[in-house]
Ligand binder design. Structure first.
Ligand SMILES: Cc1cc2nc3c(=O)[nH]c(=O)nc-3n(C[C@H](O)[C@H](O)[C@H](O)COP(=O)(O)O)c2cc1C
Length: 217
């Protein structure tokens, strides 16, 4: 099996689409997030503005990152849904410190959020589960996320089997499936600029107020 090795040392682009002025330092980071997110939603080239990278620290002390979908944003934090017994679920129950990352290439913007993740109330997970399409509900029941399975066919057979059970009754939320709320302690807003002199503004929560700093690119 041949494959092409790549040298990407000539891959570079100039970033010129925006800026973060010093005035932003006095803003609330949730306000900036909501403005940037609005911009990402309006951009037709961004198909899933709510796709974010979630990094957790595993039981083996290695970080692991994967994409999940942001389903709610409020002054309390950021909510996503997953399987509580998945790799990420086990990591979070051992170490609730997580990092989220949004990158919107067409806007040349990145947002990094460090925070602590906790399970949302069961009632809230149930409400969201109810709103999902039937296929997704069954998918959540069928998949023991992150476990080794013998084949694709095994998964599909299980899906068919479970689908047959739910032709008349509505599937209930599996107990191992639900939401996490990430409560932020740090935000970093990054805007690409010319000559690699990017703008970076960091906000750190001291338990009472948000303090901001401009960081060197
Ligand atoms: C665009 C996109 C959206 C995704 N959304 C979710 C999600 O909301 N929840 C989830 O559990 N996995 C989601 N996944 C799958 C995860 O990236 C990951 O494969 C899965 O959660 C298992 O991760 P883990 O084994 O590290 O726990 C998504 C993947 C992609 C590419």
């Amino acid at each position: 099996m041949n494959y092409k090795e790549e040298d990407l040392s000539n891959f570079r682009k100039s970033y010129e689409k925006g800026l973060i002025s010093d005035d932003f330092k006095k803003f609330n980071p949730f306000f900036i997030f909501s403005n940037w997110f609005e911009e990402a939603k309006q951009d037709k080239d961004i198909l899933e503005p709510n796709a974010m990278t979630l990094s957790t620290v595993g039981l083996d002390y290695f970080p692991k990152s994967r994409i999940v979908l942001l389903k709610k944003f409020s002054s309390n934090g950021f909510t996503f849904f997953t399987n509580y017994e998945s790799n990420k679920g086990k990591s979070i129950s051992n170490n609730s410190k997580v990092c989220l990352n949004f990158y919107w290439p067409t806007l040349e913007k990145q947002i990094i959020i460090k925070g602590t993740a906790s399970k949302i109330p069961k009632k809230k997970s149930e409400e969201y589960f109810k709103s999902r399409p039937l296929g997704s509900k069954i998918g959540a029941i069928v998949s023991n996320q992150s476990e080794v399975i013998e084949s694709r066919e095994f998964l599909e057979a299980k899906f068919r089997e479970v689908s047959d059970l739910y032709t008349k009754i509505n599937p209930q939320r599996p107990r191992n499936w639900g939401g996490y709320l990430v409560k932020p302690l740090l935000f970093e807003f990054w805007q690409g600029r010319k000559n690699r002199l990017h703008d970076r503004l960091e906000f750190i929560y001291d338990g009472n107020t948000w303090n901001s700093n401009r960081l060197s690119p």
